[in-house]
Design a protein around this ligand. Structure first.
Ligand SMILES: Cc1ncc(C[n+]2csc(CCOP(=O)(O)OP(=O)(O)O)c2C)c(N)n1
Ligand SMILES: [Mg+2]
Length: 340
């Protein structure tokens, strides 16, 4: 089954007005935190930052469909908004950027590589698609233990679907019908490699057909469409009906990271062509058109988000770095607890 959800999915959802406002706040929080990372990098205060501008609707919609306290999230580095959306504190984002000792990885993990066991947010690596077999393994454990009502949500970019590990994982998950949803955040680029140089298939959902996996392609610039698609796919997994591949179409508006300059490989015209699809103003328009928020409400929300981000920036910056004596703690020795 390959299917598309019409977008915008407006009027066909069960989300309360409070939940819709929460989604917009999540999107603003993500963008504000992203901007803060780029600012701090340019000020020379942090070595590296990564933006997810253009992915906000995917993150808000997926977070709304995620079942906190039950589901497991195995994300990738561009998922700041999704991690915050399932409950990660903005302070943790800044502690990761500043590499402070109070960071959950002790200030030693790469920025944007979050973890939080209590939230079911599994640590992952930068190696493209290396986390996908881990996610499938976790879902296999859920199946072996006959745990109903739980699922794994595993995300990755379009480029990751060219990796051997991705194909092996999808194949295994489909054969064993493990409770997992594979969410591809298709932003057209893998650093400087456009999708046309990454794969000959027209759509990423096409790859599911060869593995006998249900798939759906959705508008990743519309948080409601993402919520509806993910809710359906996660429910299927939680009910024991196996995995689904969801392809969410979005666009990467910024350079890959602060170490990259996208002007060297793509035109400004291309970036501007996608601007009208920017999920943040598009969703604001929906909320004001439907009388859910006024322009003044949105301005107040943005000010409140900025004040929170300013506060956690100051707090994180004031905290100490890890002590050098901690360098090898939990690397070659130390406590180890299983995840599930
Ligand atoms: C196995 C492997 N090869 C190459 C890299 C270098 N690399 C880091 S991010 C990236 C692009 C991945 O693109 P995509 O999966 O589309 O995710 P996006 O960054 O676009 O969200 C590459 C090639 C890597 N980290 N791991
Ligand atoms: Mg990509």
């Amino acid at each position: 089954m390959v299917k598309a959800i019409e977008s915008p999915a407006i009027g066909k959802h069960d989300l309360s007005e409070d939940r819709l406002r929460w989604m917009l706040r999540n999107m603003h929080l993500q963008r504000t935190l992203d901007n803060r990372g780029f600012q701090l990098n340019r000020q020379g205060k942090i070595p590296f930052a990564l933006g997810s501008e253009g992915h906000e609707a995917i993150h808000a919609g997926a977070a709304a469909a995620f079942n906190r306290g039950k589901d497991l999230l195995v994300p990738y580095y561009r998922d700041l908004g999704l991690c915050v959306g399932i409950g990660m504190e903005p302070l943790d984002v800044l502690l990761s950027m500043f590499a402070r000792a109070a960071d959950r990885s002790g200030g030693r993990q790469f920025p944007n590589h979050y973890t939080n066991k209590a939230l079911g947010l599994q640590s992952f690596s930068s190696i493209i698609a290396a986390h996908v077999p881990h996610a499938v393994g976790a879902a296999y454990v859920m199946k072996l233990r006959k745990e109903q009502g739980r699922a794994v949500l595993c995300t990755f970019g379009d480029g990751s679907t060219s990796e051997g590990e991705w194909h092996e994982s999808i194949n295994f998950a489909a054969i064993h019908k493990v409770p997992i949803v594979f969410l591809c955040e298709n932003n057209e680029w893998a650093i400087s490699t456009p999708r046309s140089k990454q794969m000959a298939a027209r759509d990423i959902v096409d790859k599911a057909i060869g593995y006998g996996l249900p798939a759906m392609k959705i508008d990743g610039m519309d948080p409601i469409a993402v919520y509806l698609g993910l809710r359906e796919a996660l429910e299927r997994a939680r009910n024991g009906d196996g995995p689904t591949l969801v392809e969410a179409i979005c666009y990467r508006f910024l350079s890959h990271t602060t170490d990259d300059d996208d002007r060297t490989y793509r035109s400004r015209e291309e970036v501007e062509k996608f601007r009208p699809l920017d999920p943040v103003p598009r969703f604001e328009q929906y909320l004001t058109d439907n009388g859910i928020m006024t322009a003044a409400d949105i301005e107040a929300m943005k000010r409140e988000v900025l004040a929170e981000v300013n506060d956690v920036t100051d707090r994180a910056e004031a905290m100490p770095f890890p002590d050098a004596s901690e360098m090898y703690a939990n690397v070659y020795e130390g406590t180890h607890e299983p995840w599930l």
